[in-house]
Design a protein around this ligand. Structure first.
Ligand code: RUB
Length: 318
């Protein structure tokens, strides 16, 4: 292993995030923070400078995996900003305890926002979901724990069908589940009381970046008069959008959309596979966080409180 090469645990986590074995914004953040702790524990460095450089290099490896979920850089930032100490031992201790604190906060934030989201749901409600979001599920599960009977219409969410994970987890939680194809969503909106989705990033203007198809669902929900909420803990707030940056939308392989044989049989066509889209704030009723619920347009206030005026990049080479 060269001086700054990440330890195997970091390379494995980065690989698993890139191939979506580890997926979903909160789960990615959790795995990335734990990988930094592994780097701190298992990296073999005897001077503080080399230790710091190896942590930055590990963070860059993790950062390069997927571009859209801001929970990933926010997790790396949280841990690296607490990398303090004059000796390798002290640095190591501080990184490991920052990771523990971060992971604890993630769990607590999800539990807290689950309560807020659950309060929006009433006994007997039917919700519609898109993709698989642990934050959105936390709201529905908390409602069930409050003793409410909840049903769900679950969109399968092409091309990777994360709706299947949602269907299974909701069924295990005691929710009665109806699975539909994405294009059936508008037809079923008349039967649902709420749409509940997650977020990969939330922009300073209240725009919600989530799995492709969220924006169309939100527009249809508004047209049918069905309230739609985003469940998103505050690590989904994108600090760089405070200074005018936009959120990069990941483009994924065309093989996720169509198999090569079918594509060849069709002939000369282009295939595009954007993984996420942006729902303008006017189509979203509420952003539910661990600090309570916010109208999307006011989320910038919370963002400034938590991140100041922007974000640094502690993984960059000095
Ligand atoms: C997952 C997705 C989820 C958000 C929120 O996309 O869009 O809605 O990440 O998830 P992918 P969570 O499957 O491409 O990672 O609430 O678990 O953070």
């Amino acid at each position: 292993m060269t001086d700054h090469e990440p330890v195997p645990a970091v390379r494995e986590t980065a690989g698993a995030i890139a191939t979506m074995e580890i997926r979903g914004a909160a789960t990615i953040a959790d795995a990335a923070a734990r990988a930094l702790a592994a780097q701190a524990r298992e990296g073999d460095h005897d001077d503080p400078g080399a230790f710091r450089a190896s942590m930055r290099s590990a963070a860059r490896t993790l950062h390069e995996t997927r571009p859209t979920a801001v929970s990933l850089p926010n997790a790396l930032r949280y841990v690296l900003q607490r990398m303090e100490g004059e000796t390798v031992d002290a640095l190591r201790r501080n990184v490991v305890s920052a990771t523990d604190a971060f992971v604890d906060q993630l769990d607590r934030a999800q539990e807290d926002l689950g309560q807020v989201g659950a309060n929006r749901l009433a006994d007997g409600d039917t919700v519609m979901t898109h993709c698989h979001s642990t934050d959105a599920l936390a709201c529905i599960e908390a409602a069930v724990e409050q003793g409410k009977s909840i049903s769900a219409v679950v969109k399968e969410t092409r091309p990777r069908n994360q709706g299947h994970i949602t269907a299974e987890q909701l069924r295990e939680a005691g929710v009665s589940v109806t699975l539909i194809v994405d294009s059936a969503a508008r037809r079923y909106l008349d039967d649902v009381d709420h749409v509940v989705v997650g977020a990969d990033s939330i922009a300073a203007d209240g725009g919600v970046i989530n799995k492709i198809g969220t924006s169309g669902l939100a527009v249809n929900a508004r047209e049918r008069g069905v309230p739609i909420m985003t469940a998103a803990q505050t690590i989904k707030l994108h600090p760089e959008t405070l200074t005018g940056h936009t959120v990069e939308i990941e483009m994924r392989a065309e093989e996720e959309v169509i198999d090569p044989g079918t594509r060849a049989a069709i002939g000369e066509i282009d295939v595009e596979n954007p993984a996420f889209d942006v729902t303008p704030p006017r189509y979203m009723d509420a952003i539910v966080t661990e600090h309570g619920q916010f109208p999307p347009e006011s989320i910038v206030t919370l963002m400034r409180e938590l991140f100041g005026e922007g974000a640094d990049e502690p993984w960059a080479e000095p």
